[in-house]
Design a protein around this ligand. Structure first.
Ligand code: NFE
Ligand code: MG
Length: 577
């Protein structure tokens, strides 16, 4: 008997995501559909504005990947105006962006994703002394590992779990897909609480050069404004101290916990559960390593495309081959357009009529606010895993050595990366790479300023450059490749399109009915219990979805927020909460 299940909303993500899955009689997903159920239309709000203000408005697409839309938008305007930025601006932008990554990735792992693997109720029953031994199995210097700490953590977990409104009050505790031992769960749960504190440190790092967090405000077309901050050695020193604290947390908690989870789920990961499309793309832009103009500078993450897991071939990336298809998206028509010519014309056609009390997505027609991007006609995944795959296949020494050393520590082959766990592990590995690189950029900035270079901005004549221009800004955001495309006429924005990481990953089928990355990754996932879609959460969370970004109103028709329903296809209604 097949079942058609609806998980709406997916919790512990940003925004509103609905997943529908068809399961066979072994509870294995055979088909899945991903729908962004929210529309915001920020691309339309940008029209007719001054392009110098585009970044400030585009930034409001999201407060989670805070700042990425800001500087990607500014890069698009700089490209249109032909402006290059000075060294200090490059380094400060790298440090602001790096702060975002080392903030966002640990928050994602611990506070949004870990509870898909960590059973809090089991952790409460763990033996604290044994948990200390467990922690030392995965690190020589584990973060905050002591009997007293773990006992205090258990007391806190108990009080939080007892409250139905608490952060641990409502989950699938006891599900067989929780595979960590109680002690392993306790170690990771203690870091869940630590991560809540540590994220404050990373947020303050962004504020040193960015002025504030979220939504930094020190980046302008042509450079940055934080000249007083880079000239003040105590500000640079403070940044370095906080970077060292974050790096210690990443090395002594995030990395060992990921190895621990990887070992527990290794069989599944090696079998490729959650792998999905197997084609990966990275723009590689952002995190420039030298002062050549954007596009020609060496970057921390290489750009390229790897198709069908073929690590022997990396195709060169070309932004003109990016298109968006709206055949299955709630927009007018079924066009496939390059973003310079992209159109955002909403056309909401709703859900199907209710059957068995549920209104399902009309998956043969339009069913999501997310557009379906393609690269040169291919459906591709973006994100930390894509960056590592493209970097590894390109032979990038930094990426290769870090990936190889983490794999060697855990005793896994590279193929383990093609999985849900691999995607989650890739995020941790790139956090290590970025934290290392940030120490280098900070040092470069200190040396440059000490030599007397305080230039932070390249002047330009707006009236000369803004009459008739167009440009694109590319970057790597925490969740993957991000692009903004702008057309300017008579000093105003004539068209604006953003194609963001979760647009790529969370998209519906394209005009050829080929699934997006979420939809593809869910196929083959097996649920231990049909009324507890824990494994769907594991795989979807491994992408770290952000729906605010992806569909940059809420129409609640047909939706029943907060309810999880299972309808066997024989028509028997079996609704559980
Ligand atoms: Ni709102 Fe974002 C990132 C961007 S994702 S989180 O990272 O751009 O789609
Ligand atoms: Mg868009």
């Amino acid at each position: 008997m097949t079942s058609h299940i609806v998980v709406d909303p997916i919790t512990r993500i940003e925004g509103h995501l609905r997943i529908e899955a068809v399961l066979d009689d072994n509870n294995v997903v055979t088909k899945a559909y991903s729908a962004g159920t929210m529309f915001r239309g920020i691309e339309l709000i940008l029209k007719d504005r001054d392009p110098r203000d585009a970044g400030l408005l585009a930034m409001r697409i999201c407060g989670v990947c805070t700042g990425v839309h800001y500087w990607t938008s500014i890069r698009a305007v700089e490209d249109a105006f032909g402006v290059t930025i000075p060294k200090n601006a490059r380094l400060v932008r790298n440090l602001i962006t790096g702060s975002l990554f080392i903030h966002d990735h640990p928050v994602h792992f611990y506070n949004l994703h870990a509870l898909d693997f960590v059973d809090i109720v089991a952790a409460i029953g763990a033996d604290p002394a044994k948990a200390v031994t467990t922690a030392y199995q995965y690190s020589n210097a584990p973060w905050n590992a002591s009997v007293a700490t773990y006992q205090a953590v258990q007391a806190k977990l108990t009080s939080l779990a007892k409250s139905s409104l608490g952060i641990f009050g409502n989950a699938y505790w006891g599900n067989p897909s929780y595979r960590l031992t109680p002690e392993e769960s306790l170690v990771a749960a203690s870091h869940y609480l630590d991560a809540l504190n540590m994220q404050r440190t990373a947020a303050k790092m962004m504020a040193i050069f960015g002025g504030k967090n979220p939504h930094p405000q020190s980046i302008v077309v042509g450079g940055i404004t934080s000249v007083e901050d880079i000239a003040d050695p105590s500000r640079l020193g403070q940044f370095g101290t906080w970077l060292a604290e974050m790096t210690a947390f990443i090395e002594r908690a995030y990395m060992p916990d990921l190895v621990m989870v990887g070992k527990a789920y290794a069989d599944e990961a090696l079998a490729g559960v959650g792998a999905g499309l197997g084609s990966y793309m990275a723009y590689g832009a952002g995190f420039e390593l030298d002062d050549n103009p954007v596009g020609r500078a060496k970057t921390l993450f290489p750009s390229g495309v790897v198709l069908n897991r073929d690590l022997s071939t990396v195709l060169a990336f070309d932004q003109s081959k990016v298109t968006e298809d709206v055949t299955h998206s709630w927009y007018e028509g079924n066009t496939v357009l390059q973003p310079f010519d992209g159109i955002t014309a909403p056309n909401y056609t709703g859900l199907a009529k209710q059957s068995n009390g549920i209104a399902y997505l009309k998956t043969d027609e339009k069913y999501s606010w997310i557009k379906a991007p393609t690269y040169d006609g291919n459906r591709v995944e973006v994100g930390p895993l894509a960056r590592l795959i493209v970097g590894y296949a390109s032979g990038n020494a930094t990426i290769k050595s870090k990936v190889d050393s983490v794999l060697a520590t855990a005793g896994f082959p590279i193929t383990i990366l093609f999985s849900t766990i691999g995607r989650t592990a890739a995020r941790m590995v790139e956090t290590l790479i970025i934290a290392d690189a940030m120490a280098g950029w900070l040092n470069e900035l200190e040396v440059n300023v000490a030599q007397g270079d305080l230039q932070t901005w390249t002047p330009f004549d707006f009236s000369q450059v803004s009459a008739n221009a167009q440009g694109f800004g590319l970057s790597e955001a925490p969740r993957g490749s991000l692009g903004h495309w702008i057309k300017i006429r008579d000093g105003k924005i004539a068209n604006y399109q953003a194609v963001v990481p979760t647009t790529w990953n969370g998209s519906p089928r394209d005009g050829q009915d080929r699934p997006g990355a979420f939809e593809s990754a869910l196929v083959g996932v097996k649920l231990a219990k049909i009324d507890e879609p824990l494994e769907i959460l594991q795989t979807i969370h491994s992408f770290d979805p952000c729906l605010a970004c992806a569909v940059h109103l809420v129409d609640a028709r047909g939706r029943d927020l907060g309810t999880y329903q299972v309808i066997p296809s024989d028509g028997t209604c079996n609704v559980s909460n």
